[in-house]
Design a protein around this ligand. Structure first.
Ligand SMILES: [Cu+2]
Length: 178
């Protein structure tokens, strides 16, 4: 084994020399004959590592738990899609917000603009607001959020509160239950 290691080292060293040989034209007659690269093929012994059938089926969870959930939200130009639109008060949700669009967007949980009067008013009373600076094209933001009791009596939606985007349809009605 040591011999092979030595050989490999020598070969590697030689390769190095040949690679960097550009600056040393004098070494033209160097022993560039490398038929000795074969010994490296002598390692069929790498297989034994496959001895771990101990990767037990961890998938023993029905995953139907409503007590905490990951919500996949995708923003696009100009739409919002969510894997979930009905939520429960007091449950800690993990929102994974992805901007699949070409433009930057913001993400908010607010009352509809038609209810509060303006985009500014919606933003000022938002339950959650992720600014545009965090949601450039391709960005993925993870936010933990728990709906408060008061949310159950509100009309709410996910939205991008950029005037043209919102008017184009960047809003998605959600329902929050007690
Ligand atoms: Cu937008």
């Amino acid at each position: 084994m040591k011999r092979i290691a030595l050989l490999v080292t020598v070969v590697v060293a030689m390769l190095f020399v040949t690679a960097c040989g550009g600056s040393a034209p004098a070494a033209t007659q160097a022993p560039v004959s490398l038929p000795s690269v074969q010994p490296v093929t002598a390692e069929p012994s790498v297989q034994p590592v496959t001895t771990e059938p101990s990767v037990q089926p961890v998938a023993t969870e029905p995953a139907t738990t409503a007590n905490s959930a990951e919500v996949a939200i995708t923003l696009d130009d100009n739409t919002i899609n969510s894997s979930l639109t009905t939520f429960q008060v007091g449950v800690p949700y993990t929102f994974v917000i992805t901007n699949a669009g070409a433009r930057a967007h913001n993400f908010n949980i607010t009352q509809p603009v038609s209810v509060v009067g303006s985009l500014d008013a919606a933003l000022q009373t938002a339950l959650l607001a992720v600014p545009k600076s965090e949601l450039n094209s391709g960005a993925k933001v993870t936010v933990q959020f728990t709906f408060p009791d008061t949310a159950a009596s509100m009309q709410l939606e996910f939205s991008c509160l950029i005037t043209r985007h919102y008017n184009d349809g960047m809003k998605l009605a959600i329902t929050v239950t007690q």
